[in-house]
Design a binder for this molecule. Sequence first.
Ligand code: FAD
Length: 262
Amino acid sequence: MNYQDKKVSSEMRNRSLAGREATAERSKKFAPSYDGENFFVADRNIATVLPQYLDTSLLAHLQPHLEELGALCGGRLGELADAAERNPPKLHYRDKFGRDNEWVEYHPAYQEMESIAYGRFGIHAMAYRSGVLGWPVRMPPLAKYVFQYLFSQAEFGLLCPVNMAGSSSELVRRYGAPEIREKYLPAMLSQDLSELKRSAQFITEKAGGSDVGAAELKAVAEGDHWRLWGEKWFCSNVSADVVVLLARPMERRRAERAWDSF
Ligand SMILES: Cc1cc2nc3c(=O)[nH]c(=O)nc-3n(C[C@H](O)[C@H](O)[C@H](O)COP(=O)(O)OP(=O)(O)OC[C@H]3O[C@@H](n4cnc5c(N)ncnc54)[C@H](O)[C@@H]3O)c2cc1C
């Protein structure tokens, strides 16, 4: 190595050392970890904002539940979220006999998070039926959003299915035929995981994402039921028990409206 080469190599080393020092210095500016903290108690903003928007008696009633969820977020829920992240859902194509049967296997950490969201707190149901967390009527949507706000700081992925459950139940309640309501609503809003019917919504298509009006799924009336023709493209919670699809009713109801839920 001649003198010039040595000079260049030493400059490069110095530059990379300086770069590493700078990176280490910037890393000190990370927001601190809140592992082990109570996410609700530590949140001064929420303590200020909630009394302005939530009914006093409801807030007093929810306080211990929010504190419990806040502690879980900084503890068990955070651990479960990390474990579920390392062990994502697995799509199987066949049953154990080799027959075609697609099903999704979830890690136990994900299932335990479900039991916290659906079972312990009923986040999916609190704004859609009475009796959740001992409150005698449906809570205002804001109550649900406070629980979601906390929950999502520890685990975000599960919130989409939880949200689908509530909003799908409201579609069924408002627009479903009486026999459909009777058949599905109690199980969609159940906090008992052995009877809970999980929900999903198929809206997006290849042709229609942002521009949902361009979606092409057709619904054709056949006697007393509808047959759907086409393809959906994207769906959270694909293994759900109850699925709401957006489709364009042909023939019979074309004049009434362009889109409907099925
Ligand atoms: C986490 C997650 C969960 C989801 N869950 C569901 C679900 O449960 N059910 C379901 O049906 N769908 C679901 N989706 C799909 C989602 O609704 C679509 O991704 C969304 O509607 C956007 O459609 P796209 O992906 O086809 O993007 P595109 O519509 O192709 O958009 C691509 C890009 O182009 C931009 N763009 C689009 N149109 C215009 C325009 N006119 N002018 C300027 N820019 C434009 C968009 O902003 C975007 O950046 C989910 C998506 C995510 C990320």
